[in-house]
Each structure stands twice: as structure tokens, then as C-alpha cells.
Design a protein around this ligand. Structure first.
Ligand SMILES: *Cc1c(COP(=O)(O)O)cnc(C)c1O
Length: 364
């Protein structure tokens, strides 16, 4: 036991001396939050049954039922692509189609996995302001073709918070699901950043999910501070029929499931997940307001979660990259995406802003 502690101290010291700079590339650049890590270590205490038949998995699923205030079906998978693809596949047949936003992760970043796992269901991308779908846009695409020669629309998928850092209000969600119901569509939510949406709107998770008409939610754990894993939550439990087989066939059934589940127990207790998401959102707001204070660079989207999209002048973008800053410029409508993870330090943002100031000073 003594040596384990000494090893821990040595690792801590090594991590501190490396001083790996925090970055804005993605919220999945961040490490594991302390509460998740502690639970992970606790789950490593001895033997447990495999394939999800263990206490940690039961507890994690129960905690999620508490958090969502309903008796839902919960499955843990390794990542968001699998969660979305398998959930969508469970909502439709191969001859159906799935309405999504043109910027939806399922459309742009999942390598055709939703189509693959559904054996050919077609994604129908639809444009919309601020990365969001509207009832009118859904109605337009669903009624455009209703003949036998075109795949029948069966699902609408929404991303909350959206790919461009905006959030759907409960009213917007309810309007969308009303339209979906009207046309016989199921509602799926990609909640890779659901925690940030909950923190932003300061509402109960139920208000942004099943009470607003969502049938299935893929609740993201990874970006929220877990080491790995997402929870697929079926509010309509009938839709979860045989889902366990789907997971197994797709290589998504973890044999040591307790290590996917335990971090959820750690982070869901005492609202740690909301606190971390709230912090990430605050950091994004701080970054956006400080940029707005010193420049006239346009913010491309309202900052409602943990992302800042800003149109950087070319020389500034190059200068920041030369200073070693990492961020993406290919997501959404272009511009730089500056992402704040659960662990973002104000000092990191200040360092970034100092480099911005220095680049501005050096301009001719
Ligand atoms: C990160 C992310 C996912 C999950 O991606 P994986 O890399 O497959 O875990 C899903 N949806 C959105 C909107 C994301 O940002």
C-alpha cells in the first residue's frame, strides 16, 4: 500500500513538472475529473461480475434514473459514435430516413456509422440557424417526398448542446417533438454535451429530455469528465427491445463494464457533473467577453454552452498557432472554435489573451 502511494506521488510530480498546457482544441483534450477517477479506483478494489451484471453498473443506471426522475432503460457504450448509431438504428428500419441538421455529428463526423448500423437508413440533413433544427424545416423535408421511391422519414435527431455551442430551449424542443409526433417520427437527442445544456439553462434534465418529447438520449460522459463512455437512455423502454444484442454485435459490450459505469456514479453524486459543466460554460463566456472587449472580431454564434466560435483575422490565427495554441477551424460555419473543457483554468484563458494582445500590438 505504501508503494502505491509513493507511486501516486511520483506520478503527480511528473505531471506537474511536464506542465502540459491546456488547449482549446476540444473538450475531450481534458483529463478525468477527480470524482470520476476516485470512483474508477474504488471499482478496482476486487472482483466483480462481468458484462454489466455488477453493483457499479446497477448503481450508475439507478443514479441516472434518479437524475432523470423516471424509470428509463440505460446502456453504457464506449463512445458517442456508437451511442448515436446504435440508438438511431433501434429507432428505424433500413428503408427509413433520419432528419438531422447539416452540422450534426451523426452527419459530419461518424464515418457513415448511423447508415451502417441501421443497414442503410438515410440521413436527411437540413439547414437551420445557430446549428438548430426548426419544426418548419422538419415539416418541409418530411413532406417533400412521400412516395414509395424515397426512404420514409422515421426519426429526427437533435444535438443538445448543438455542434456550434447553442442550446435548444424546452419550448423549442417541445415544438420540434410535436411536429415529429404529427408525422410519426421518433425523437433522438445527441447529448454529447447534454451536461453543458443543463448547466446553461439551469433546468432539470427531465425538462430537456423526456418531458420535452425525447424518446432516446445519448448522454455524453467523455466530454463531461469521464475517462470514456456514454450512456444510451431509453425513455420509451419499448424502443430498447434487444438493444443489448445490438451493443454486443457492434463490439460495444464491455466485459469489465464496471469501469465504464463507476465513473458515472462518481460524477453524478452531489451534482458534480453540473458543477463541472457550469464551470466550462463560465470559462467560454469569460473568453468570449474578453475577446469582445478588446477586438471587433465577430462571434459566429451566441455563446450558450462551452464553445466560442470567433472569426479570427488570418494573421492572428497564424500567430496564435505559432504560439502553440491548438484549435479547430473546420467545424460549423468556419472561424475558430475555442472549446473549454471541465478543467479549463482562467489562467489558460488569460495566457491566450496575452498572446492575442501581443499579436495586436505587433501589427503595423
Ligand atoms: C464528441 C461528440 C460526439 C461523440 O464522438 P465520439 O468521438 O464518437 O465519442 C457525438 N456528438 C457530438 C455533437 C460530439 O461533439
Amino acid at each position: 500500500m505504501k508503494s502505491a502511494t509513493a507511486e501516486g506521488d511520483r506520478l503527480d510530480a511528473a505531471a506537474a513538472s511536464r506542465e502540459e498546457r491546456q488547449q482549446f482544441g476540444s473538450d475531450n483534450y481534458a483529463g478525468i475529473c477527480p470524482e470520476a477517477l476516485q470512483a474508477l479506483l474504488a471499482a478496482n478494489g476486487g472482483h466483480a461480475r462481468s458484462y454489466g451484471d455488477d453493483e457499479w453498473t446497477r448503481r450508475a443506471a439507478d443514479r441516472l434514473r434518479d437524475v432523470f426522475e423516471t424509470d428509463c432503460d440505460v446502456y453504457f457504450v464506449f463512445n458517442g459514435t456508437a451511442a448515436n448509431s446504435l440508438a438511431l438504428a433501434s429507432l428505424c428500419q433500413s428503408y427509413h430516413s433520419v432528419v438531422c441538421h447539416t452540422l450534426a455529428h451523426a452527419e459530419t463526423d461518424e464515418c457513415g456509422a448511423p447508415e451502417f448500423f441501421s443497414n442503410g437508413a438515410k440521413l436527411l440533413p437540413v439547414a437551420g440557424d445557430n446549428g438548430k433544427l426548426t419544426p418548419a424545416a422538419i415539416e418541409e423535408v418530411v413532406t417533400r417526398r412521400t412516395d414509395i421511391h424515397y426512404p420514409k422519414a422515421k426519426v429526427v435527431t437533435l444535438t443538445q448542446a448543438s455542434e456550434v455551442g447553442t442550446v435548444y430551449s424546452p419550448d423549442e424542443l417541445r415544438a420540434i417533438s410535436a411536429t415529429a409526433r404529427q408525422y410519426g417520427l421518433r425523437v433522438h437527442m445527441d447529448g454529447a454535451r447534454f451536461a453543458n445544456a443543463v448547466a446553461s439553462l439551469q433546468l432539470a434534465p427531465a425538462e430537456l429530455s423526456w418531458r420535452a418529447g425525447v424518446d432516446v438520449l445519448c448522454f455524453g460522459g467523455t466530454k463531461m469528465g469521464l475517462p470514456v463512455g456514454e450512456a444510451v437512455i431509453f425513455f420509451d423502454r419499448e424502443l430498447a427491445q434487444d438493444f443489448a444484442y445490438r451493443c454486443k454485435q457492434a463490439g460495444q459490450l464491455a466485459s469489465k463494464m464496471r469501469f465504464l459505469a463507476a465513473p458515472w456514479v462518481g460524477i453524478l453524486e452531489n451534482g458534480h457533473w453540473r458543477r463541472h459543466a457550469d464551470h466550462a460554460n463560465n470559462m467560454a463566456r469569460y473568453l468570449a467577453s474578453e475577446l469582445a472587449r478588446r477586438t471587433d472580431w465577430p462571434l459566429l454564434f451566441p455563446v450558450q454552452a462551452n464553445a466560442v466560435f470567433v472569426q479570427l483575422p488570418a494573421d492572428i490565427e497564424a500567430g496564435l498557432r505559432a504560439h502553440g495554441w491548438l484549435f479547430y477551424t473546420f467545424i460549423g460555419a468556419g472561424g475558430a472554435r475555442l472549446m473549454c473543457g471541465w478543467d479549463m483554468r482562467p489562467a489558460t484563458i488569460d495566457l491566450f489573451l496575452r498572446d492575442v494582445d501581443a499579436l495586436l500590438d505587433r501589427r503595423p
